[in-house]
Write a protein that binds this ligand. Sequence first.
Ligand code: NAD
Ligand code: ZN
Length: 275
Amino acid sequence: MRALTTPASHAGLGVLQHICQTRGMPFDREIADLARAIDGSRRAVVFTGAGISTESGIPDFRSPGGIWTRMAPIDFSDFLASEEARRETWRRRFAMEEAFREARPNRGHRAVAELVSRGKVGVVITQNIDGLHQASGIADDQVIELHGNTTYAHCLDCKARYELAPLRISFERDETAPVCDECGGFVKTATISFGQAMPEEPMRRAEIETLAADLFIVAGSSLVVYPAAAFPELAKQNGASLVIINREATGLDPIADLVLNRALGETLGAVVGVD
Ligand code: NAD
Ligand code: ZN
């Protein structure tokens, strides 16, 4: 597809103009550009990060006030090596429990789900661990979780699944980090920590889907976490158009065809026509 920001590409907006222009509101060129990119694509991928869930009340990592302005991440090797690191990991997780449990999909999630249901978007590749894409109605097999899922836990050795509520009750009794009833292995949320191996199957599927896409839309990621952030680069190298919607600038802005520095819910909601 042609670069999306050329003046010529703004001609003939017809239907889009009708959708986007409400009385008293200036015609929104960025919204029209994104709508046109989606319209013209055969197979799009949406790639999300923590930014799509901030409007659901889950803080991201790197915005001002984000989680890492308050505490450093715990590396996987520390989790394995130290009972205190495991305890601290669980303390932090349970401190976030209300935010995760009460979070509901927001307008951005709903717009993405609508694109999936229209068949425009085949899969959502997400760095998020909150399960909100699935909660918005996207089938499990159309959400590729690169960093796992924090809404349940599993044994690192035998992979037995554990629900968080009973783990919390016993943790709060004596602050002992949970171990597996089956094999004695360490129990951890089903997420990927820094220093932990990426999950093979999601990585493989994400690569296949990225290479099959002619439009790759980044929604709410600072694009600093690798290897996840390599997917938008791969899409672009492979000839797809790259769109980045993020409140702040990212390192991949210079290679993107379209960059929208604005809030996700209202942006995607307006583009897709979802409230
Ligand atoms: P990040 O915190 O590094 O970046 C989020 C980006 O989103 C920021 O650049 C910010 O400007 C932007 N943003 C925030 N709210 C926005 C909004 N409403 N509209 C538009 N842009 C908005 O997050 P990341 O790139 O996903 O990387 C962090 C890692 O943290 C990921 O690996 C992810 O697993 C994990 N994480 C997940 C969650 C979650 O599941 N909701 C929350 C925090 C962190
Ligand atoms: Zn086990």
